[in-house]
Design a protein around this ligand. Sequence first.
Ligand SMILES: Cc1cc2nc3c(=O)[nH]c(=O)nc-3n(C[C@H](O)[C@H](O)[C@H](O)COP(=O)(O)OP(=O)(O)OC[C@H]3O[C@@H](n4cnc5c(N)ncnc54)[C@H](O)[C@@H]3O)c2cc1C
Length: 383
Amino acid sequence: MDFNISENQKMIRQMVSDFAEKEIRPHVMEWDEAQHFPIDLFKKMGDQGLMGILVPEQYGGAGLGYLEYVDAIVGISKVCGSIGLSMAAHNSLCTGHILQFGNDEQKKKWLPKLSSAEWIGAWGLTEPNTGSDAMNMQTVGVQDGDHWIINGAKCWITHGKSSQVAVIMVRTGDARDSKGITAFVIEKDTPGFTSGKKENKLGMRASETTTLHFENVRVHKDNILGNVGDGFKQAMKVLDGGRISIAALGLGIAKGAYEASVKYAKEREQFDKPIAHFQAIGFKLADMATKIDAGELLIYMASDKKNRGEKMTKESAIAKYYSSEFAVDISTDAVQIFGGYGYTKEFPVEKFYRDSKLCTIGEGTSEIQKLVIAREVLKENAI
Ligand SMILES: Cc1cc2nc3c(=O)[nH]c(=O)nc-3n(C[C@H](O)[C@H](O)[C@H](O)COP(=O)(O)OP(=O)(O)OC[C@H]3O[C@@H](n4cnc5c(N)ncnc54)[C@H](O)[C@@H]3O)c2cc1C
């Protein structure tokens, strides 16, 4: 693994930092309080190549790799986790699924619109009664000639309302059969496909989360990604990549909380000296710096494998598990360092604290990451 930062990475880091300071930071709290999903911002991000980072140029994307992608998510999430989450869901899940498993015709049809953010993408796996236990999903597709008729519901879907296209996992075989699930691309104007309740969330409030409903939705077989029955396997592979982006989201939130904490600890004086001079505070900063550096290496290790096309199920789960947990730890310590001021909306750390918790839940909880890691470890060490 090359530890040098490439020219592309340097350029992306600078561009993202400038963009986030100008276009996002002034509005962070206004969007958070109003639970406003700033769709115009995503169009601007599309203009900058941030909504199709991994998509080859022939399909309208920026044609970059995973290292540049995670750097971009970190840079955005340092300023606003909600925007980082939406960017990750659009790039890794909906767009990423079509990119990895679509045929050339499907890629030409949907990827240019997604890469420019003319269309926002959603991805639906989770259902009201099946989250971690996704293989038991109840949304069902029944074949009718060249079409499939889909009925059911998905919940917790990022951009459920504002998206124009969604990749939806549907049961087309037996429950709990890994070959009983198929991935369909469904456009929003398809009759019977509607979005429902918008969730009122603890954090990530500028990232829209809604339910999706399917009532006799008729979808042509040309909208199936890969083959009938491939959907679950595809979704797990998509999540391998997606989890690196949630790790990057956690890292960005942690970096934002850490940088704010260092600054505040040097400025805030108690007992006639900056609080940074108290060992209790200095040790918190030391723990933060250590976890951030370790997490960054885990994320780059998983990204490097992904760029090489190698299997990285274990590495992405480790990166996601570790970064999510330290994002929560670091933002909790940040609130402590800020004292009473940290408990108010006048300072940025309370938002990092609220936003960070999503990282331990979305795209597989920390408990599920541990199940994945343990399974991979046991496979590697089979007797
Ligand atoms: C803001 C937000 C955005 C989201 N966006 C999307 C999206 O775009 N698309 C999408 O498909 N989903 C999305 N999700 C859903 C998310 O992936 C699920 O919430 C997550 O997978 C957990 O499922 P659950 O909420 O049903 O929890 P459950 O599966 O009910 O889990 C509840 C608790 O039980 C634990 N648990 C469950 N099974 C086990 C086990 N076998 N061993 C040990 N512990 C276990 C879990 O770790 C957790 O602590 C989003 C969620 C949120 C909050």
